[in-house]
Every structure is written in structure tokens, then in C-alpha cells.
Design a protein around this ligand. Structure first.
Ligand SMILES: [Zn+2]
Length: 264
């Protein structure tokens, strides 16, 4: 929650904004000892070519293979009235806290874990297949070509995970066996009532990776305020969030990582 607060304090974080730049500098500084890779690229968008950048922190493990934990750090494009505490803030800050945890464990007894901050999740004009998830589409293409995709055992996406009334969707665009594993992790930790109360087919950063054969699960609460009223509005502010919700998603994510490590 401290990280979410700090990142929201940078202001709106859409591509090209001062807050976006501050977030990049924060990630660069915070993750400098974590084999940090910066994946900078230029994306063709309805607003012309825009410079975007994904960040990848790598925590080595003893087993051959990679588990990815990802979130997006950009906020709604061009919106100066939107600080995105949940949509952008939670998906930036929680992976930072998970990276802290992974760093403290020294070498993992399990697969390597790569923590990824994706850019350009939000549409530049209006959400379509070609105007959305720019960072994810770029990275999926790169990982398909360089052979990384074939090594990924599971891709866990965190998005809108801070709502004090946490309800994670049973996402129909995720990989069924990995969704089952997330549910098993949640149930084992006593968080069953927070997970999979409804089925939903979510369009998000996981889809480009699913398309190239990577097992994916999107942990997203797409019911932010009654009827999702806070989503993409100036009401997406820190007071709607709870540290407990972030903790639940963090614990379930790490437990799912453990279950993937054990999977035959
Ligand atoms: Zn959004």
C-alpha cells in the first residue's frame, strides 16, 4: 500500500506525462540490483508513434523455466483528472512489493520468477484489438521470437487488485488449469469467498501471451464500486483501496507460484 500511495503521488501516469516518467525512474532505481531489463520500443497508435517501455526484473531460480508476475503501470491516456489508484496504481505497486519479497529470498528453490511492469495497457483513443495492450503485444512478440515464451510455466497478471471490496473474476480468457490453481491457492489460504464469484471474459494484458501458447491467469477485480462506477473515473482514488486486499492478492500470487513450482 505504501508503494501504491507513493506511485499515485506521482500524479496521472499516462504515456508522455511527468508522472509516467517519475514512475519509470522509480522502477529503474528500485530494481537496479534485480537484473533489470528495459524493453523500450516505439508503438504506432491513433496519436502517432509513441515511445513506450516495459520493465523486467529477474529473480533466478534452481529449476529450468520461468514464472512471470506482471502488471501495467500506465494510466488512462491523456487524462489529467485521473490518478488511477486501483487501475494502474495497484498493478504497479504490488509487483514492487513482490519483487522486494523475491529479492529477500536470495536464490529461489523453484523456477526463475520474472516480475514485469507493462506499458501502454490503456487505449490511446478507444479500446480495440489494435488500440490497447501495446506493451504486452510487443513483449509477447519478442518472447515468441527469442524462445522465452516456450520456457514460461505460468503468467500471472495483476490488475485492479486494491479494491477494499475485493472480488477476483473467474476469467474465461485465462488458461483453465492455471485458473484452477489460483482458486486452489486462494481456497487453501481461506480467501475462497474473494475469488471466482462470477465468470467474466476479460480483455487485458494476458491475452497476447495466451495467443502464443503461454499459460495465463488474470487476477482482476472488474467490479470496482457498485456496478464498477469508479472504473476509469476521477473517483479511482486511494480511499477506495485497502492494504488487506493487496495482501490477499500477494499471498495468493506467491502461493500459486509455489504450486506451479511443484507441478509435474
Ligand atoms: Zn484501465
Amino acid at each position: 500500500m505504501q508503494y501504491v500511495r507513493q506511485i499515485v503521488g506521482f500524479g496521472p501516469r499516462y504515456i508522455g506525462s511527468p508522472g509516467h516518467k517519475k514512475t519509470e525512474e522509480f522502477l529503474r532505481n528500485h530494481l537496479k540490483s534485480d537484473n533489470l531489463e528495459e524493453d523500450a520500443f516505439s508503438a504506432a497508435t491513433p496519436a502517432g508513434n509513441l515511445q513506450m517501455r516495459n520493465f523486467i526484473a529477474k529473480f533466478p531460480g534452481s529449476k529450468d523455466g520461468i514464472i512471470v508476475i506482471a502488471g501495467h503501470y500506465d494510466t488512462l491516456y491523456g487524462r489529467k483528472d485521473f490518478v488511477g489508484a486501483n487501475d494502474g496504481g495497484s498493478s504497479t505497486g504490488l509487483p514492487v512489493a513482490l519483487a522486494d519479497k523475491l529479492r529477500s529470498q536470495k536464490k529461489r528453490d523453484g523456477y526463475s520468477v520474472w516480475v514485469v511492469w507493462l506499458d501502454g495497457e490503456e487505449a490511446i483513443k478507444q479500446w480495440t484489438a489494435t488500440d490497447s495492450v501495446y506493451g504486452a503485444r510487443h513483449l509477447a512478440e519478442k518472447w515468441k521470437n527469442d524462445g522465452t515464451a516456450a520456457k514460461i510455466k505460468g503468467f500471472l497478471l495483476l490488475d485492479m487488485v486494491g479494491d477494499s471490496d475485493l472480488k477476483i473474476e473467474h476469467d474465461q480468457n485465462s488458461t483453465p488449469w492455471l485458473e484452477d490453481m489460483v482458486y486452489k491457492a486462494a481456497s487453501g489460504l481461506g480467501y475462497q469467498s474473494r475469488f471466482f464469484g462470477r465468470n467474466n471474459a476479460v480483455s487485458d494484458d494476458h491475452e497476447p501471451f495466451a495467443k502464443i501458447g503461454v499459460p495465463v491467469a488474470d487476477l482482476i477485480d472488474f467490479d470496482y464500486g457498485y456496478g464498477n462506477v469508479f472504473w476509469h473515473t476521477p473517483q479511482d482514488t486511494l480511499d477506495k483501496l485497502s492494504p488487506k486486499s493487496l495482501e490477499i492478492v500477494a499471498d495468493v500470487t506467491l502461493e500459486t507460484v509455489r504450486l506451479i513450482d511443484e507441478r509435474k
